[in-house]
Design a protein around this ligand. Structure first.
Ligand code: F6R
Length: 590
């Protein structure tokens, strides 16, 4: 959600801030703004829509000389996207940008209004600016500290004071790092924002406050100085470039063979590097969105082939449910960003109950990566397109290996050599599947004018259908639903109309003939079925046939076809593929 960048140094900050915002735009893109300042003046410029609008506006204005600034790209939570609600917000001597949500904003606002503060926006952020301003006498850190004691919720803040030329930052439950350069320093909600300038950074921990000048960073907690470790990222500068692809989504799908090789290789060489699930009596999988659907594949595999009972829940439910932890439990958290607010809360709930946690996570510096007891890193590299693709495939790959290892430990694997051989073939097979773009374009042409689509499948194929359906609807805006193939006739089948596309996922040999009957049911009501399978069927349906491999890894060949169909469909509909409307990467609010 929302992105923050800040700069202090010898250079004019505007280009640096705009470049940083462009690299963060995938985190939120309904409005943006910057504040720049020098010893005497401060100037705020904001605009609605994409960063280019802000860039154009800045070019059309007379801007002050400066070497210090903060900037923000917004994904609206409190108040609609508008210039008034866009950040930075100024109250009195304080100007700031904010990621996160202040939960007690209304009561604080009411109090401040009674004290005479006039607010100009509907945001929770302006309340924080007003509080800091209220407590600010001479010492910025003291004023920030006092404010933090009153606000509840999540925040990453970049703060400027009119009468002081330092940059201040603090955070809780929302990421923020301090980038270290030569005679210049930065703040950023994501390393991608500053990777063009430095690869060295400090991780700001919960409740710490940083006082930053161009050559010094002083971090304090409760007004006591804290020693901070300097980290170096190995992110390549061009990792965030499109490398000639029209969209990040396409680039990231095409990277799947390479990242699969990188992620799975160490475990295929030595399965003992993976945690042992047989040490636990109960497994819970908790995640959101696509990561949860990757978890559903894991659950299907663990139950079917490793005889292991698994509970699965979306994190936003799990965190508030009465979970009975009466057996030795492992909570597996799956998250690309490692910053999804609900997944973090679920992890903390498990920890508070002294239950062990295992994170399957991409961003190594993230909260989930840092706080989870055990972790398995997927090597997706930066994922910029809002819709996840390569990270999902890797999450499924790790879940498949965990299920396989569990089955092996329990003596349940029948054809050990074949499973491992198939796993090693995955990068090559995925590449073969990805190279068949014309087939996906043909299907996209069949469906792009439709407004409703169904996906059906049973057991593991239902879990795969869920991801196919989500990908299609989020990037193409076609209404789509995934159903267990046998369930459709209990009501939903009344929606089937002539020529309505229904994707049938058909890979699980134990249940294929049942799904075939369900295909006939929808066809006889006019549906146009598209079969995605690991064998060719003697029908006149449109079909995509992928190589048949071990059941553990079959979804890794099916989902890329669905990702490319979603991509091509969205392209034909002229959608903003990398930044679908209303969405943001990394959902750091509840
Ligand atoms: C869909 C998508 C989301 C994420 C979900 C969890 O394409 O990207 O559904 O999977 O928001 O995000 P992470 O994995 O960062 O916790």
């Amino acid at each position: 959600m929302c992105g923050i960048i800040g700069y202090i140094g010898n250079n004019n900050p505007i280009n640096i801030l705009i470049n940083g915002l462009k690299n963060l735009e995938y985190r939120g893109y309904d409005s943006a703004g910057i504040a720049i300042k020098n010893e005497k003046e401060l100037q705020v410029i904001k605009s609605v829509g994409k960063i280019v609008n802000l860039e154009e506006k800045i070019k059309s204005l007379k801007v002050i000389e400066s070497n210090l600034g903060i900037a923000h790209t917004r994904w609206a939570t409190h108040g609609k996207p508008s210039e008034e609600n866009a950040h930075p917000h100024t109250v009195g001597k304080v100007t700031l940008v904010h990621n996160g949500i202040i939960e007690n904003a209304s009561e604080l606002r009411e109090k401040l209004v009674k004290e005479g503060v006039i607010f100009h926006s509907e945001t929770d952020t302006e309340v924080v600016a007003a509080l800091i301003n209220k407590y600010y006498e001479k010492d910025p850190v003291k004023a920030i500290n006092k404010t933090l004691k009153e606000v509840k919720g999540s925040y990453a803040l970049g703060i400027l004071f009119i009468d002081n030329n330092h940059l201040y930052a603090t955070r809780k439950d929302s990421p923020l790092i301090i980038g270290l350069g030569k005679d210049e320093n930065f703040i950023a909600s994501d390393i991608a924002a500053i990777i063009d300038y430095t690869n060295k950074y400090i991780l700001l921990e919960e409740g710490e406050i940083a006082d930053i000048t161009k050559d010094k960073v002083v971090v304090t907690k409760d007004e006591k100085e804290v020693e901070k470790e300097v980290h170096t990222t190995n992110m390549e500068k061009d990792a965030k470039d499109k490398c000639g692809y029209e969209h990040y989504m396409l680039k990231e799908i095409m990277e799947e063979p390479v990242v699969l090789e990188k992620t799975l290789k160490p475990y295929l060489e030595d399965l003992n590097k993976l945690p042992s699930l047989t040490d636990y009596e109960e497994i819970h999988i908790v995640a959101c969105g696509s990561a949860m659907y990757a978890g559903m594949i894991g659950k299907a595999l663990l139950e079917e082939y490793a005889n292991t009972k698994v509970e699965i829940d979306v994190a936003s439910e799990y965190r508030y449910k009465n979970i009975i932890y009466d057996r030795k439990t492992l909570v597996i958290l799956i998250s690309q960003s490692g910053e999804t607010a609900d997944t973090i809360a679920a992890m903390r709930k498990a920890k508070e109950n002294k239950v062990e946690t295992l994170a399957i996570v991409n961003v190594k510096t993230s909260t989930i990566a840092r706080e989870s007891d055990q972790k398995i890193f997927i090597e997706a590299g930066p994922e910029i397109a809002v819709a996840t693709t390569k990270a999902y495939i890797l999450q499924v790959g790790i879940m498949a290996l965990l299920a396989y290892k569990t089955a092996l430990t329990k003596g349940l694997v029948k054809d050990n050599d074949k499973v491992l051989e198939d796993a090693k073939k995955l990068p090559r097979l995925v590449k073969e599947v990805l190279d068949r773009k014309d087939e996906y374009k043909k299907i996209a042409k069949e469906i792009y004018t439709k407004e409703d689509i169904f996906f059906i499948g049973r057991k593991i194929d239902y879990a795969t259908s869920q991801e196919g359906s989500l990908k299609l609807k989020e990037v193409s805006y076609i209404h789509s639903e995934a159903y267990q193939a046998g369930e459709l006739k209990h009501g939903t089948i009344s929606l089937i109309e002539d020529d309505m596309p229904v994707f049938a996922i058909l890979t699980d040999d134990t249940i294929k003939d049942k799904t075939i009957s369900n295909i006939e049911e929808v066809k006889s009501r006019g549906a146009k079925t598209i079969i995605i399978s690991n064998e060719r069927w003697n029908t006149n349906d449109l079909q995509v046939v992928v190589p048949k491999i071990s059941e553990y890894f079959q979804p890794i060949l099916i989902v890329p076809t669905l990702q490319l169909i979603a991509y091509e469909t969205a392209k034909l509909r002229g959608c903003d593929i990398d930044k679908p409307k209303n969405l943001a990467k990394s959902v750091t609010v509840e």
